[in-house]
Design a protein around this ligand. Structure first.
Ligand code: G6P
Length: 369
C-alpha cells in the first residue's frame, strides 16, 4: 500500500496530483489539430449522434455533478435540450422520454446499482440509444451500453472521487463539442474550444501549485461546523462538488448553493462562524456574483473566493482570502476550479484527523441499493 502511495500520505492526495496525467490520457488520441477525431465514440456513433434531439443524463454522487456541468454545455454550445437526474430517483419515476433522446450514464465504477438499474429501466422507454462515460472497461455499464467513451483516470482508490471527476468532464466535453459541431457550432468557435480543452492538463497542473496556500487556509476551517459553497451557471455544480468533498472526508456540514439563491434562505445562516467559499469565473455572471459576495461581506461572513486570475475583486476589508487561478476559459473552468476545492477538503480532513481515504459510512462503489 505504501509503495503504491509513493511519496503521498494518502491515495486521495496522490489522485489529486495525478489529474494532469489522467486528463491528458483521457484526451490522448482523441484530439488532433484542434479537432475531435472521428469515431472516438465507436463505429456507427456518427449516425446515432446526428439524430440526437434531447439528452437524459443519469448518475450518482460526484458523477452526477459532472453531468450537471455537461447540461450547461449541451444546451449552451450544442443547443440540445438536456435533463439530468440522480439515478435513484430516475429509476423509480414514470419519466416521459422526448423523441430522439439519448440516455447518457456517467459512472466511475460502472457498477453503481442505481445507475445500472436506471439504464436497464431506460431501455424499456424508447431511447435512441445509451451512451456510457465510465472508467472501468470491463464494467457492467460499459458492457450494457450502445456507445462508450472511457475516461482513463486509472484506478481510483480514495473513496472521495477526484481524478474520476475531472476526467469525466474532459470526456463529456469531447462528446458535447462533437454534438455541437454536428448541430452548427461556428467552426472558429469549435476550434477554439477544442484547443481550450487540450490545455486542461496544463491548467490543472498550474492549479495544483496552489496546494501550499490552500493547506494554510485549511487551518481556518478546522473548528468550523458548517460551510457554504457558492457558484453560478456552469460553476454551480463545482460548488456542489466542493461541498460534497468537504462533507465526505472532513465531516463538516457543507452545502453548495447557486449564488443567486443566497437571499432565499442560506443568507440567514451567514455570520462570522460560517465560512463562504465562492467560485468566481471571468464571465458575464461575475458582476452578479460580486453583489452576492457583498451580501456575505455585509454580514461579517468569512469569504474565500477562488477567482479567475483576470477577475478584479476588491478584497480590502474582507475577512477571508482571495485565491487566483488561470481557469482557461469558460469550457474548462469547472474542472480547473474544482482542484483547489479538492485540496481544501483534503487538508481540512487531514487537520481534523479523519480517515481521508476511507471516510466513515461511505463506500467507493455502491453496488447494492
Ligand atoms: C459513491 C462514491 C462516490 C461516487 C458515487 C458514484 O458514493 O463514494 O465517490 O461519486 O458512488 O459512483 P460511480 O462509480 O457511479 O461514479
Amino acid at each position: 500500500d505504501a509503495v503504491e502511495r509513493g511519496e503521498y500520505r494518502h491515495y486521495m492526495l496522490k489522485e489529486i496530483f495525478e489529474q494532469p496525467r489522467a486528463v491528458a490520457d483521457t484526451l490522448e488520441g482523441r484530439i488532433a489539430s484542434d479537432r475531435i477525431l472521428p469515431n472516438i465514440f465507436g463505429v456507427k456513433s456518427d449516425e446515432l449522434l446526428r439524430r440526437v434531439r434531447h439528452v437524459q443524463i443519469v448518475a450518482c454522487g460526484t458523477s452526477y455533478h459532472a453531468g450537471m456541468v455537461a447540461r450547461y454545455w449541451l444546451e449552451g454550445l450544442a443547443g440540445i435540450p438536456c435533463s439530468i437526474e440522480v439515478a435513484s430517483e430516475y429509476r423509480y419515476r414514470q419519466a416521459v422520454v422526448p423523441a430522439d433522446s439519448l440516455f447518457l450514464a456517467i459512472s466511475q465504477s460502472g457498477e453503481t446499482a442505481d445507475t445500472l438499474a436506471a439504464l436497464r429501466e431506460g431501455r424499456q422507454h424508447g431511447y435512441l440509444g445509451s451512451f456510457a462515460i465510465c472508467n472501468v472497461p470491463e464494467s457492467s455499464l460499459v458492457r450494457e451500453s450502445d456507445l462508450v467513451l472511457m475516461t482513463r483516470a486509472g484506478p481510483e482508490i480514495g473513496v472521495a472521487s477526484t481524478k474520476a471527476f475531472t476526467t469525466q468532464l474532459a470526456a463529456l466535453a469531447l462528446l458535447v463539442l462533437e454534438l455541437a459541431r454536428m448541430n452548427g457550432l461556428a467552426e472558429e468557435r469549435y476550434l477554439r474550444l477544442v484547443n481550450d480543452l487540450s490545455t486542461l492538463p496544463r491548467r490543472i497542473a498550474d492549479a495544483l501549485e496552489l496546494a501550499p496556500q490552500i493547506a494554510e487556509l485549511a487551518e481556518r476551517f478546522v473548528h468550523k461546523h458548517h460551510a457554504l459553497f457558492l457558484g453560478r451557471g456552469v460553476n454551480f455544480p463545482v460548488a456542489l462538488e466542493g461541498a460534497l468533498k468537504l462533507k465526505e472526508i472532513s465531516y463538516i456540514h457543507a452545502e453548495g448553493y447557486p449564488a443567486g439563491e443566497l437571499k432565499h434562505g442560506p443568507l440567514a445562516l451567514v455570520d462570522e462562524d460560517m465560512p463562504v467559499i465562492a467560485v468566481a469565473p471571468n464571465n458575464q455572471l461575475l458582476e452578479k456574483l460580486k453583489s452576492n459576495l457583498e451580501e456575505v461581506r455585509a454580514r461579517g461572513g468569512e469569504l474565500f473566493v477562488i477567482a479567475d486570475d483576470e477577475v478584479r475583486i476588491d478584497s480590502d476589508g474582507v475577512r477571508g482570502a482571495l485565491i487566483k487561478v488561470n481557469s482557461g476559459g469558460n469550457l474548462i473552468a469547472p474542472a480547473v476550479f474544482t482542484v483547489p476545492l479538492q485540496l481544501l477538503a483534503y487538508h481540512v480532513a487531514v487537520l481534523r484527523g479523519t480517515d481521508v481515504d476511507q471516510p466513515r459510512n461511505l463506500a467507493k462503489s455502491v453496488t447494492v441499493e
